[in-house]
Design a protein around this ligand. Structure first.
Ligand code: HAM
Length: 413
């Protein structure tokens, strides 16, 4: 048997109702906020991600699905959407047409991680990017949008954690203080963090290795190192959230796994997800468009992990409106085929029974979950009627063909 690639999952028909619910709910909320959808290819030039996400990030160092194509180009399956969206915006000059771009995209991402509950090698993100506004209230509104999606999905127990990571002016002082602190804790650090403490010390704060978690206890917090502009920006973001009654927790230890963030960083966590408890995260990334060859345009955004959102939503049965048609006797099959086509043309979902015995057809009707089964036999054909069986009550009655649509109106739509 050939199986799916490890960490990559099929989404089976029984799960689709939930996926659609999540996607459609997100689309509705994005639309309320004036966002437009775009879709980018799943494969990009490798350089886009190494330049965009930062060389010292786990994603770029270890997790990219990179390959050389037949034309000798190094390509990568996108590990996130932000860099791709930036590329598309720059390539198509979208900011020249409209200096504020509010965009979202939904689709699969790929990271070579160790698969576990809530962590996969192909996963899906609902991704939001907002370009062209530097002001803190655009951060607040973007966080509010993320929160509204969680509310619209009916998630409970979700916590919005917020921090400010400072900017290129004030972060070096914090990095230095953190490095000095870590120098004294070296023996507790994992090999990755021993390297990272020089290349990207903020990442040490986010390491999941137990000894590293202990080592960073009491580490300096960047809130003490923010410059005046970052401090004001952060305070205004929080005031914006207060004005919108969005609950949040300040988490001075919050850092992000990707390098492009400045100032606002946030994560949404949920209870009941185990160790992979971040359902979404994001923040401000003012230098990214310029780093990828565009103008110096500020940006803020976030992404939700769809699989993690789905784990928090109860199972949903697809609501089966419409009807099932069974044919009793050989001569009636064509009539059933025609009736099904007529009903579909009227917008009624109609499924034809398999060409099997009547007993099997009725068994299938029972399993199918439709509220109504229409039965056509020789008697019905002769009388120009259809038998309408209510699958809940089992009650069956004869309806004239011309009255059928009226009879079905309330039940099947
Ligand atoms: P990220 O934190 O790397 O951010 O990913 C966002 C979310 O994607 C995570 O919170 C998690 O729910 C989900 N996720 C990440 N990796 C996996 C995985 N291996 N399996 C399942 N779910 C996963 C970004 O990707 C940024 N591009 C977000 C952003 C957009 N920032 C600004 N704009």
């Amino acid at each position: 048997m050939i199986t799916a690639v490890k960490g990559m999952n099929d989404i089976l028909p029984g799960e689709i109702a939930k996926w659609r619910f999540v996607e459609e709910t997100a689309r509705k909320v994005f639309s309320l906020y004036g966002f437009s959808e775009l879709r980018t290819p799943v494969v990009e030039k490798t350089e886009l991600f190494s330049r965009g996400m930062g060389q010292d990030t786990d994603v770029v160092e270890k997790q990219m699905y990179t390959f050389t194509d037949k034309g000798d180009s190094s390509l990568t399956l996108r590990p996130e959407a932000t860099a791709s969206v930036m590329r598309a915006v720059i390539e198509h000059g979208l900011l020249g047409q409209e200096p504020v771009q509010k965009l979202f995209t939904i689709g699969p991402m790929f990271r070579y991680e160790r698969p576990q509950k809530g962590r996969y090698r192909q996963f899906h993100q609902i991704n939001c990017e907002r370009l062209g506004e530097a002001g803190p209230l655009s951060d607040a509104e973007t966080l509010a949008l993320a929160y509204e999606i969680a509310v619209a999905l009916g998630l409970s127990g979700v916590v919005l954690e917020v921090n400010s990571l400072g900017c290129p002016a004030c972060r070096p002082a914090f990095k230095k203080a953190l490095q000095d602190f870590l120098e004294a804790k070296k023996e507790g650090l994992c090999p990755d963090c021993l390297r990272r403490m020089y290349t990207n010390p903020l990442r040490v704060l986010d390491c999941k290795v137990e000894t590293c978690k202990t080592a960073v206890e009491g580490a300096p917090e960047n809130s003490g190192y923010l410059c005046d502009e970052c401090r004001t920006h952060y305070d205004t973001v929080l005031a914006g959230l207060d004005a919108l009654y969005i609950p949040y927790e300040k988490n001075p230890r919050l850092v992000r796994g990707l390098d492009y963030y400045i100032r606002t960083a946030f994560e949404m966590t949920a209870k009941g997800l185990g160790s992979q408890n971040a359902v979404g995260g994001g923040g401000r990334y003012d230098g990214l468009v310029a780093a990828l060859g565009g103008n110096d345009v500020p940006g803020v955004g976030f992404a939700f992990g769809m699989e993690r959102l789905l784990m928090l939503i109860p199972d949903m049965a697809e609501e089966k409106k419409g009807c099932f048609i069974a044919a009793l006797g050989e001569n009636t099959k064509k009539e059933a085929l025609k009736l099904a086509a007529q009903l579909r043309r009227k917008g009624i979902r109609t499924e034809l029974a398999p060409e099997k015995s009547f007993k099997v057809q009725m068994k299938q009707a029972g399993k199918s979950g439709y509220p109504v089964c229409l039965i056509i036999g020789d008697d019905e054909m002769a009388a120009g009627t259809v038998a309408v069986k209510d699958m809940k009550t089992g009650v069956q009655d004869q309806v004239k063909q011309e009255d059928l649509l009226k009879r079905l109106a309330d039940i099947v739509r």
